[in-house]
Design a protein around this ligand. Structure first.
Ligand SMILES: Cc1ncc(COP(=O)(O)O)c(C=O)c1O
Length: 361
């Protein structure tokens, strides 16, 4: 006899991992579908991980005390404000589990990080997606107006995945003031290190100002530790305590803890790589525009092609060139900024595409 499953999951698609690139003869393949960092781990980080390998027969420090203290110091908050998880996706899940009762609502802009609706539904809560504006940004007035007594959490993704748009400090301030004080506003800053917008909302500033704000950060993107799974929330001590209750026990491995500590000590070195990626983002963005492709400005480590019904044709061209990109059928394509070599390939495809598919606007 089949085991009955929880209602609602039967038609629910699982999280879609970024595709691996096609194997094309004579072409080096590049995976640009998961916003990963193209640079290998720093030697000091690899050394720290290697040093921890000899004790993997033991459970990790569940509180990750040293790492929590280092993160707290980095942001000038108390370790009590830090809750860690196996990637910020797990911390986002902890937040939903900690704050919502079954049926209550979690709001987010849509399209945004693809895991939000999945995490909300698997927690038994109800997703409340609010469409992006025509230029790919959060529609904060619409979001504020859509808050109901059932809305318990609002995720603001800044910069937004996949459109790369930024939320301004003034508009986020107005938004937080306009929602009830018992609604948790989470600033998901997975791509914060790549954000150079002078007017951007800054999660830690909002956290210091408003008790109903939490911030999500990850070591996966700028720090290049996607494979080790490490993320954290900066939250009130009360919320952080509850997040630890719903966390997967021992979810943050000793290897991840050591890598996180070593990365915090190597922030200057990591900054050089971040700067290179930001420079490459500018180069690729300008060249895509020049080629006539409908690319949005981005403050993250990826670019969004607003390609609409041309998406399938364009995606095929990337695939034929051994590039995997994130395709949203009939909507658009998200391309991660990779190494200069990978980025040159994107531009080759773009120029070819512009000639083949013109006009793209
Ligand atoms: C907006 C956003 N938040 C959170 C995450 C989760 O990252 P991780 O679980 O690797 O920390 C991602 C990953 O793509 C993301 O795009």
């Amino acid at each position: 006899m089949n085991i009955p499953h929880r209602a609602g999951l039967e038609n629910f698609p699982p999280y879609r991992q970024g595709k691996t690139p096609a194997d094309i003869d004579g072409l080096k393949a590049f995976k640009l579908s998961s916003n990963e960092n193209p640079y290998p781990p720093l030697p000091s980080v690899m050394e720290a991980v290697a040093g921890a390998v000899s004790s993997i027969n033991l459970y990790p420090d569940m509180a990750a005390g040293d790492l929590a203290a280092a993160i707290a110091e980095r942001w000038q908050v108390s370790p009590e404000n830090i809750a860690l998880g196996a990637g910020s996706v797990e911390v986002a899940s902890q937040i939903i589990l900690a704050v919502t009762n079954p049926g209550e609502k979690v709001m987010f802009a849509w399209r945004s990080f693809e895991a939000y609706p999945l995490l909300v539904t698997t927690a038994g809560a109800t997703p409340q997606p609010i469409p992006l504006t025509a230029d790919g940004g959060h529609d904060l007035p619409a979001m504020a107006a859509a808050v109901t007594p059932e809305t318990r959490v609002v995720f603001l993704c800044n910069p937004n995945n996949p459109t790369g748009t930024v939320l301004g400090a003034a508009e986020v301030d107005t938004f937080i003031r306009s929602v009830p004080a018992d609604v948790l506003v989470v600033l998901d800053e997975a791509y914060v290190h790549f954000n150079r917008d002078a007017d951007t909302a800054v999660g830690i500033d909002m956290f210091r100002k408003y008790p109903n704000v939490a911030v999500l950060h990850t070591f996966s993107k700028a720090y290049g530790l996607a494979g080790l799974r490490l993320g954290y929330a900066i939250a009130s001590p009360e919320l952080a305590t509850t997040l630890r209750k719903v966390a997967v026990p021992f979810g943050v491995t000793s290897l991840a803890q050591q890598a996180g500590l070593a990365s915090l000590q190597a922030e200057d070195e990591l900054q050089e790589r971040i700067d290179l990626l930001v420079t490459e983002r500018g180069r690729v963005h300008a060249a895509l525009l020049e080629a006539g492709l409908p690319v949005l400005p981005s403050e993250a480590n990826f670019l969004w092609l607003d390609s609409g019904e041309r998406t399938g044709a364009l995606a095929a061209l990337f695939e034929e060139s051994a590039l995997s990109v994130r395709v949203f059928p009939d909507e658009g394509i998200r391309i991660t900024i990779g190494s200069p070599e990978a980025n040159d390939r994107i531009l080759d495809v773009a120029r070819h595409a512009a000639a083949l598919l013109a006009p793209l606007h």
